[in-house]
Write a protein that binds this ligand. Structure first.
Ligand SMILES: Cc1cc2nc3c(=O)[nH]c(=O)nc-3n(C[C@H](O)[C@H](O)[C@H](O)COP(=O)(O)O)c2cc1C
Length: 196
């Protein structure tokens, strides 16, 4: 069993950060026996609930399915093949939905921005609680929206795998290699736009 030495996955930061931000990374190898408890699931949703949002509209919705639930299979089946290859071992899959328009069709222009913050809250809380997360954009959103009967105005933006880190050697080769590849980020200077 090749459990990834999680200390080697820590961010090599240029300034001091809080522990969950240093330690968070996105594994693909999850322990297929680990389960997400009711309490842990509730804590993740609570973290999302307390995210800021434009006008406090809280335009985020979630579908949370644990491994073994029929809904988990529905979500997993809608993932792109490169995500299906590993996400079946996650303890849970969370579909992240933005309310981009309300019931009356009025647009909510900040919905995806707000959803992103709620998901970020969730990932940091998960890390703090000893869980890992891996967000995905590779899925068939139309298929999922139909499967869950989502109304117009509810848009699936991403899916988060949640679980405990597992055996990296269980991954198919291109993924195993990526699991141990060094993590990198652009330097801070490259993020700053200065006046011309
Ligand atoms: C919106 C979004 C979509 C992503 N889509 C995928 C995906 O479909 N499959 C995948 O394996 N990783 C996906 N990722 C994970 C990123 O590749 C990962 O976060 C990035 O490489 C940085 O690595 P780190 O999270 O370990 O720091 C996605 C991440 C985000 C935020």
């Amino acid at each position: 069993m090749t459990l990834i030495e999680t200390t080697t996955r820590r961010a090599d930061t240029d300034a001091p950060l809080i522990a969950p931000l240093i330690e968070r990374w996105s594994p693909r190898a999850y322990d297929p026996a680990a389960e997400l408890s009711e309490q842990d699931a509730r804590t993740l949703l609570e973290a999302a609930r307390w995210a800021p949002s434009a006008n406090n509209l809280q335009p985020w919705r979630f579908i949370l399915a644990r491994r073994g639930d029929p809904a988990f299979t529905t979500i997993h089946d809608a993932l792109m093949g490169f995500n299906q290859a590993w996400a079946d071992s996650a303890a849970a899959l969370v579909v992240n939905v933005a309310e981009v328009a309300d019931d009356a069709g009025t647009p909510r222009p900040w919905a995806k921005y707000d959803l992103g913050q709620a998901v970020a809250h969730m990932t940091v809380q998960a890390q703090h609680d000893g869980l890992h997360t891996h967000q995905m954009g590779g899925f068939d959103g139309a298929r999922l929206a139909e499967a869950f009967g989502l109304r117009d105005g509810l848009e699936i933006v991403s899916i988060t795998a949640v679980g405990k880190v597992g055996d990296a050697s269980a991954l198919p080769e291109p993924l195993r290699e990526r699991e141990v590849a060094p993590r990198s980020r652009k330097p801070i200077d490259e993020l700053l736009i200065t006046a011309a």
